[in-house]
Design a protein around this ligand. Structure first.
Ligand SMILES: *[C@@H]1O[C@H](CO)[C@@H](O)[C@H](O)[C@H]1NC(C)=O
Ligand SMILES: *[C@@H]1O[C@H](CO)[C@@H](O)[C@H](O)[C@H]1NC(C)=O
Ligand SMILES: *[C@@H]1O[C@H](CO)[C@@H](O)[C@H](O)[C@H]1NC(C)=O
Ligand SMILES: *[C@@H]1O[C@H](CO)[C@@H](O)[C@H](O)[C@H]1NC(C)=O
Ligand SMILES: *[C@@H]1O[C@H](CO)[C@@H](O)[C@H](O)[C@H]1NC(C)=O
Length: 499
């Protein structure tokens, strides 16, 4: 009797986790810096519809986590930079692990052994900070990141989940470099100002079998550097090869060169075979002259086959082996409230739009069978109403101020140079700004006045490639979906029988 139940239990576990054993190492980053968010359940369904088995979060928000519970999707939760200081206290780290990891997925209803067993099949990561050593942060996190990392991993170990849940620090590619007199990958080293710190961090992560996590953005190599060879940002081999004088390897894309620079930096500290995980890689579709659907299509449709191949240092062995290559596409959805300090493109990283609809064709398996992703289903939109500049308005003296106001509290990044709405005339600019504000305000009538300069219309006032959007209708998300409750109850029941 007992053993039969064990088989049943194992069966449930294997079914639960079966998709983890299919070698699919591609995930998505799920950010939530948007004024209007799709219900988390809708997003989770979209992830499943497209076969994504991994998702990386930028926090441990309970609504998101609850929507993911029972979904069979492997989750990487994160501790934002502004919480790193708190995690330098071991008690806080223990508390964080208790609240976010031990309780995660099972809401305390299932015992920890079962949880650990499950984790063996779907191992997960905790991201400690996000690019904390970026030069722009002025060393703010330089003294706290490593203690926070140690505390979190030690707390995971103490909670008996450290074998399967690893703490890692997602780092920007600017933590390593090649010297000016040897500008090729095999000369890669960690940045001198943080070399000792990086050495300690990678030794600690290696000891705990955690991966090195790096964000690599060929788009950023191109952005703000007009001398950068355009084709070298892509994977189709069109670029003039760059020869590594140390190894003789010819590089035709900056991604491979960058990745190998990291491998050399790790080798230089004696850890050349350390597991590397790409935490973010992607291409924006708007907000810059190089940010458009055509370039994103070219980039992703080179990246996917690249990830599927075994060339160079990248070994696509994902499941329970030592050399892991996981990549997370940045980002899943466009986010209209993300900081644009780095550039207007920041709000357009999504492989799908703000409303979960696909932007371009893509084959996630890298076989070149491009088709549109499955869009979010059952999306509720606000009514078909737009806010437009009123061309009969008499007093235009306040127009600039009103446009400015509208754009301060909404997203006008597509109006900029090289972006999708840059060709609008002055009236079009005004309408665009007014409409974006009106949609952010959930089409409140009072939000489409602008001192008599605007009025509501039911005509779609989109022009050419410039889409005048209708926002999604947001409702408060449910705590636990019915299917999750059923799964939890069944698993809880099985456990009770077994124990
Ligand atoms: C994770 O921990 C933080 C800090 O203790 C807390 O604010 C958050 O709600 C937790 N998340 C979950 C899913 O419990
Ligand atoms: C970093 O320092 C510069 C110059 O001192 C300053 O302008 C900038 O605001 C600082 N950034 C942060 C994130 O503190
Ligand atoms: C980090 O610690 C070093 C050594 O204790 C100290 O000199 C430096 O000022 C600290 N940096 C910051 C940003 O706190
Ligand atoms: C519309 O707005 C954009 C961005 O502010 C600006 O570059 C462009 O010159 C404006 N067009 C007209 C015709 O005013
Ligand atoms: C408005 O028109 C644009 C361009 O023709 C189209 O892409 C968009 O889907 C339309 N919007 C709505 C809400 O119908």
């Amino acid at each position: 009797m007992g053993s039969r139940l064990w088989f049943l239990l194992l069966g449930v576990l294997l079914l639960w986790c079966s998709s983890c054993s299919i070698v699919n190492c591609l995930g998505v980053n799920w950010g939530t810096m948007a004024t209007h968010m799709l219900p988390p359940k809708t997003v989770v369904q979209m992830l499943k519809d497209n076969g994504f088995q991994k998702v990386k979060l930028f926090d441990a928000d309970s609504t998101t986590m609850n929507a993911l519970a029972g979904s069979n999707i492997e989750v990487m939760v994160a501790i934002p930079n502004d919480q790193l200081q708190a995690m330098t206290d071991y008690g806080n780290a223990q508390e964080w692990v208790k609240r976010n990891i031990s309780r995660f997925n099972f809401n305390g209803g299932v015992n920890i052994k079962l949880f650990t067993l499950l984790s063996i099949f779907c191992n997960r990561y905790v991201a400690v900070g996000n690019e904390p050593f970026l030069k722009t942060y002025n060393n703010s996190f330089i003294n706290i990141t490593f203690p926070a990392l140690q505390n979190i991993q030690n707390a995971l170990n103490e909670a008996d989940v450290g074998d399967t849940i690893k703490a890692t620090v997602p780092l920007n590619a600017d933590v390593y470099f090649s010297p000016d007199d040897q500008p090729y990958p095999s000369a890669g080293r960690f940045r001198p100002d943080i070399n000792d710190l990086m050495t300690q961090i990678v030794q600690f992560m290696n000891k705990n079998k955690a991966p090195f996590t790096v964000n690599i953005y060929p788009f950023l190599s191109l952005y703000g550097n007009d001398n950068f060879p355009f084709d070298y940002a892509f994977f189709d081999g069109a670029a003039q090869p760059v020869v590594d004088k140390g190894t003789g390897i010819q590089y035709t894309n900056v991604f491979d060169a960058n990745f190998d620079t990291l491998v050399s930096a790790l080798k230089a500290v004696g850890l050349g075979d350390m597991t590397i995980m790409v935490g973010e890689v992607g291409w924006p579709t708007d907000g810059d002259k190089n940010g458009n659907v055509g370039n994103a299509y070219r980039f992703y449709n080179g990246l996917m086959p690249r990830l599927a191949s075994n060339r160079g240092n990248i070994k696509r062995v994902c499941f329970l082996l030592h050399i892991v290559f996981d990549a997370f596409v940045c980002l899943l959805l466009d986010e209209d409230a993300k900081s644009i300090a780095p550039g207007s493109f920041e709000r357009h990283w999504g492989i799908v739009r703000y409303d979960g609809q696909p932007k371009f064709a893509l084959d996630l398996s890298g076989q070149g069978q491009n088709k549109l992703l499955v869009g979010a289903r059952g999306v509720d939109y606000l009514p078909q109403k737009w806010c437009a500049f009123n061309p009969n308005a008499k007093d235009l003296s306040k127009l600039a101020d009103n446009i400015n106001y509208a754009c301060t509290f909404s997203d006008c990044t597509t109006l900029g140079y090289g972006s999708s709405c840059n060709g609008l005339d002055a009236n079009g600019n005004a309408s665009y700004a007014f409409n974006m504000y009106y949609q952010v305000q959930n089409q409140d009538d009072l939000a489409c006045n602008f001192e008599g300069l605007a009025s509501v219309t039911t005509q779609n006032i989109s022009q050419g490639n410039c889409n005048f959007m209708i926002q999604i209708a947001t409702s408060s998300a449910g705590i636990l979906g019915p299917s999750v409750v059923v799964v939890l109850l069944v698993l809880g029941f099985v456990t009770l029988l077994v124990v």
